[in-house]
Ligand binder design. Structure first.
Ligand code: B4P
Length: 203
């Protein structure tokens, strides 16, 4: 099972991915977390992307595709993978499709979180006050939203056209409320668990 958790900045991708990792036993692969770890460790990749991320821009496709290409085989050794923050452009989506096809795999589902922009901005500014992430400034948030509309939204259409199951979820409310909706959607469609059993009745 290869799932993608998709949504604009601040929509709760990382938050919900942590729940889903436990619920579906998927390996969570967050490109944002990987890049932040590279920056914190001061690696050559980290030095290359630090300013780009802080400005709210997307890092180059070739760099991120290379990172995923190196990490995916290990993640695929488990029962499934949940990609968070990747793919973010059509070029990345095509690269992912061909990487997976090489292993005889394909994207199984896309979970798209929908949240109005004013709520997104409030959430990110709240995180800025708590965590002080370098890209949680008003200017970087505005750039991240711009990049999302310009480049990332098209990824959803890319998978819709392929007939991949796209589940659109209302991402407003507490993280628990949102997870309940996700869980209900999986249960309603009786998505088989990776071990062949049905999902549990409650989260
Ligand atoms: P990400 O780490 O993916 O950043 P994000 O879009 O803000 O998502 P994140 O997971 O952190 O936030 P979430 O919505 O869970 O990427 C960061 C940067 O890395 C990008 O801007 C780019 O520069 C680079 N990058 C990463 N992947 C890339 C790629 N593939 N290609 C190119 N560049 C790439 O949560 C946000 C906040 O809301 C949190 O504080 C959370 O606690 C809160 N929250 C979540 N759910 C909530 C809820 N229901 N109610 C209230 N608050 C909630």
């Amino acid at each position: 099972m290869i799932g993608i958790i998709f949504g604009p900045p601040g929509s709760g991708k990382g938050t919900q991915a942590a729940h889903l990792e436990q619920e579906l036993h998927l390996k969570h692969l967050s490109t944002g977390d990987i890049l932040r770890a590279e920056v914190a460790a001061g690696t050559p990749i980290g030095k290359r992307v630090q300013r780009i991320m802080a400005a709210g821009d997307l890092v180059p496709d070739d760099l991120i595709v290379d990172i995923v290409r190196r990490r995916l085989p290990e993640a695929e050794e488990g029962p499934g993978v949940l990609l968070d923050g990747f793919p973010r452009t059509e070029t990345q989506a095509r690269a992912l499709d061909s990487m997976l096809a090489g292993e005889g795999h394909a994207v199984t589902f896309v979970l798209a979180l929908v949240v109005p922009e004013d709520v997104l901005v409030q959430r990110i500014l709240h995180r800025a006050a708590v965590e002080g992430r370098a890209d949680d400034t008003r200017q970087a948030i505005s750039e991240r939203m711009h990049e999302y509309h310009k480049l990332t939204e098209a990824v959803l259409e890319h998978y819709r056209k392929q007939g991949v199951r796209v589940m659109v979820i209302d991402g407003v409310g507490s993280p628990e409320d949102v997870f309940e909706r996700i869980h209900a959607r999986f249960a309603a469609r009786s998505t088989p668990r990776v071990d062949g059993s049905k999902p549990r009745a409650s989260a």
